[in-house]
Design a protein around this ligand. Structure first.
Ligand code: HEC
Ligand code: HEC
Length: 262
């Protein structure tokens, strides 16, 4: 008796499972409902995962100009793949491999690397000149970096965050919080032709910048990051700790403070 009931129950269940295939709202089978890990089109993969920060066509984005042939000449396949898979520490570049918690398979990362290369790597982008290596061989000397900044950057970017040059400030704390030493190095060497940042041959009138200078100025710039980037009132109390009438320090001047009352 017991056994028959179980069999009947089992039968009923499979009927439900079978008819579930025809339930309304179920997407039809076919190539247009590709699972995300099956997507193999560079345009789709790049458009959905990269374009928002690096620009639809690899330029004019907030982050590195990937379509810059000088950049493509500077970085090798292994480093390019490594950044995409694992992200860039200290910046907003996330790791995209499933191992890093990202959405892309190894295959899809390969498709992106090949797509970037075939579209944007051009023959002899550097006219036979050898740029300094993509990665710095050692840490920079922060104390020497400031003089390099004055010589190679200040004429366009200004002497300090208060005296901004024609190319805008790169000493702004919020900007520095978005990038790391590698970003500065990459930007100096390959330049950003999309926005007018020169390459390493054109920062100092009359000569190229040396590897050492690039390493030192990159270290110095990142050392200028404030402790609380993006926080205009570094001395203000966090709002969560404000009881009743107490005002954050930055707005104190707007109201008579208790101490100033007679
Ligand atoms: C949330 C924004 C964001 C997304 C999305 C993003 N990136 Fe980035 N990426 C950054 C930032 C920020 C940096 C570091 C600063 C810079 O290079 O301008 C960076 C750096 C990089 C670098 C290294 C640049 C160097 O210094 O050599 C590469 C290569 C790169 N991204 C490729 C990609 C690719 C390919 C994708 C899509 C799979 C992608 N990024 C998606 C923000 C992003
Ligand atoms: C001949 C003028 C010039 C010199 C010299 C120069 N830059 Fe720039 N740089 C620019 C311009 C123009 C931009 C684009 C500014 C913009 O888009 O608002 C720029 C942008 C940048 C950016 C921002 C890129 C981004 O992601 O928005 C960085 C970083 C940078 N420069 C670093 C440097 C450093 C470091 C030096 C010195 C080693 C330097 N620059 C020297 C003209 C210059």
């Amino acid at each position: 008796m017991k056994v028959t009931t179980m069999m009947a129950g089992g039968l009923g269940l499979s009927v439900v499972l079978l008819s579930a295939c025809d339930l309304p709202g179920r997407p039809p089978a076919g190539p247009e409902v590709q699972r995300p890990e099956m997507v193999r089109s560079f345009d789709v993969l790049y458009g959905e995962n990269c374009a928002g920060c690096h620009g639809k066509n690899g330029d004019h984005g907030a982050a590195t100009n990937l379509a810059n042939p000088e950049y493509e000449a500077l970085i090798d396949d292994a480093s390019l793949r490594d950044v995409i898979a694992n992200g860039e520490k200290g910046t907003l570049m996330p790791g995209f491999s499933t191992k890093s918690g990202g959405p892309l398979t190894d295959d899809q990362i390969d498709i992106i690397v090949q797509g970037i290369r075939s579209r944007w790597k051009k023959g002899d982008a550097l006219n036979g000149q050898n740029p300094p290596p993509y990665k710095a061989a050692h840490g920079g000397d922060v104390s020497k970096g400031q003089a390099v900044y004055a010589m190679a950057c200040a004429r366009c970017h200004g002497n300090d965050a208060q005296h901004v040059g024609s190319a805008g400030s790169i000493l702004d704390g919020s900007f520095l919080a978005l990038i790391n030493e590698q970003t500065v190095r990459t930007t100096i060497i390959a330049g950003r032709p999309d926005i007018g940042e020169p390459d390493w041959r054109n920062h100092i009138p009359g000569r190229t910048m040396t590897d050492e200078e690039i390493t030192d100025v990159s270290a110095w710039l990142i050392a200028q990051r404030p402790a609380t980037p993006g926080q205009p009132y570094p001395n203000a109390q966090p709002t969560s700790e404000l009881p009743g009438e107490t005002q954050p320090q930055a707005t104190k001047g707007n109201r008579p403070s208790k101490a100033s009352k007679p």
